[in-house]
Design a protein around this ligand. Sequence first.
Ligand code: BDR
Ligand code: CA
Length: 308
Amino acid sequence: MKIIIDTDPGQDDAVAILLALASPEIEVLGITAVAGNVPLDLTARNARIVCELAGRTDVPVHAGCDRPLARDLVTAEHVHGKTGLDGADLPDPQMPLAEGHAVDFLIETLRAEPEGSVTLCPLGPLTNVATALQRAPDIAPRIGRIVLMGGAYFEVGNITPAAEFNIYVDPEAAKIVFGAGVPLTVVPLDATHKALTTRARNDAFRTAGRVGEVVAGWTGFFERYDKEKYGSEGAPLHDPCVIAWLLKPELFTGRDVNVEIEVDSPLTRGMTVADWWGVTDRPVNATFIGDVDAEGFFALLTERIARL
Ligand code: BDR
Ligand code: CA
């Protein structure tokens, strides 16, 4: 399966990238960095650090959009630390950024690969993907599926009471992506907040080899914020759920529903209004994931990380 990971690393993004690179079922055609958890220069740097950690300097990393389509950038250093990858001491990347803007890479790759053969995996704000769709509408029918981490329904927001961070940061971009007519799987907080780290799960990472030790350092760092906020035992590993869905969709359950994005209201900006109970006639545009088998998810993740 060919994928492009669009990302704003972020420790959980980093673990998602590692899961993809560790999995023989998946061919990562490239990684496109976007501004989100931290500014673009750091997300583009962090993506390369992760490739080098996995020994995969052959994967091109392209820098993309440095701000949302219509708003100022909101970042999340309070969760991910100053660098976005706090928690492990890793060297500056030696591999250069790939030439060309991430949006051009997305457009050119989707035009070059057989129609329907590429899955896009956005793990951050949707600015790069929306810009590509806006600039080159011909790519929409060429995308096999978009599987993204973002949004919330029952669980509602983490950055505001109503909105999840990725959608909140660039709601105009999300509206474009959700309205593009591309098959869409949405992994929202409702699912990811069931994929919580625990002491035992972190210990399993720590003993899963060199890369596993780094992963345990990252999860140990960013769970501090979530433990205090939610009073939970650990932190949700949001973004790796996207890659796990590609590998083992049977670990997840959800519903095919309509999802619309709130862009106007200052109170509920970035809310994903999911018609979970089918109370409107609005057309289905997404598979909205509601649950994950957390044990199965962590078993898969740990086993794959141990291969690196
Ligand atoms: C999402 O926001 C980021 O902080 C995480 O990397 C994840 O993609 C969760 O709301
Ligand atoms: Ca992310």
